[in-house]
Design a protein around this ligand. Sequence first.
Ligand code: AMP
Ligand code: ZN
Length: 438
Amino acid sequence: MADIKLYDTMAREKRVFTPADPNRVTMYVCGPTVYNRAHIGNARPAVVFDVLARLLRHTYGEEHVVYARNITDVEDKIIESARAEGVDPSVITGRYEDYYLADMGALGVQEPDIAPRATESIAGMVAMIASLIHRGNAYEAGGHVLFHVPSDPDYGALGRRDREAMIAGARVEVASYKKDPADFVLWKPSEPNVIGWDSPWGRGRPGWHIECSAMIEQHLGQTIDIHGGGLDLIFPHHENEIAQSRCAHQGAPLARYWMHNGFLSMADGEKMSKSLGNVVTVDELLSQGHKGEVLRFALLSAHYRQPLEWSEALIAQSKATLDRLYRSAGEAEAGAVDGRVIEALSDDLNTPLALSRLSAIEDAGTLKASGQLLGLFSESATGWFQGAGDKRIDELVEARAQAKREKNFAEADRIRAELAADGIVLEDGPQGTTWRRA
Ligand code: AMP
Ligand code: ZN
């Protein structure tokens, strides 16, 4: 078995990956806050860590990898959107969670093994907060519960920033009830008309960071193998997750390897982000007629830690290369995966090298299997060049509607995923479901 090497943000170097238990390799990636459509930058971590999950499954065995990605479904921006639309927050989160899964499915992202929702994990958060108070790492003040940063001498090890930079960078509110300006919120009060849960500190809702610590503990254990997310999450989010979990678990580290993807930017060089207004959503790109697999290829064309500039030229180049690969693979049955492709991926997920090595593979079956390890070749060559039969799609859409009427949501989800794997995107509207090619 080839060694997998991963760049660990904590160690600042590439390290050979050795899971604590090769029979249960655990990975957690911070997932979306579901209140708007994902932009193509948001898709980068989903696609990158999907490739890593596939590599781990290939290396350790399908059933020996547990991959969790959470859904943040309680957050102030969600509450604002719900208020603006005059609906319950669950309407907003349900809608955008469905969109997120459809968009990522169109990009060939397999659903993680576990997708815990914050609103379904409140008890675990309350228990962890209570334990932090009990241990002297958190305190109640002004209806809030805060984590007391000076109580943790190891705080800040991931980003290695100094204290002043952390306080400035976090833009933490300097509220009068805080003992220290760096202290961050674990629990906050909810007004009667705002979503909330009863707790020992009154009716309220969790701060953002505690959900990941609590869900990791609940679903994966105290120490996981790999924790991932975008570069912007290092501070404050991951730094805070680390502190909460370590303090609640008598010093046990939260994760053994920390991985962070770089930013996707537009031609202006600015990070794609909603606040800058320079976003293009996955949905828009699909509606423009780009295939999801082409977008996936484009996302993997740069090394995940490098910045990636998104452009029309990148999409066109990705399509041209994929067309050529589909022509070479033809209708071959998948064979064995090429060792040099595995070698490239095992070197800190070097996807640009892995993609270029695909082009050098002569055997069609080897090419197909190797591309599939990267989540490519989701279609037959005929399907790729002609499009899958519309009749079969209509039948599946109807079967899914039937499953939903029967409240068989597992079957409905399975059908949606099957269609997504063929690049078919479903849109549920008041008149029923329509579909289009990604
Ligand atoms: P958010 O919904 O902003 O919390 O982002 C969800 C995920 O997308 C996080 O892992 C972010 O780090 C990541 N992300 C957001 N913007 C970008 C970007 N422009 N490039 C790459 N990753 C991003
Ligand atoms: Zn998180």
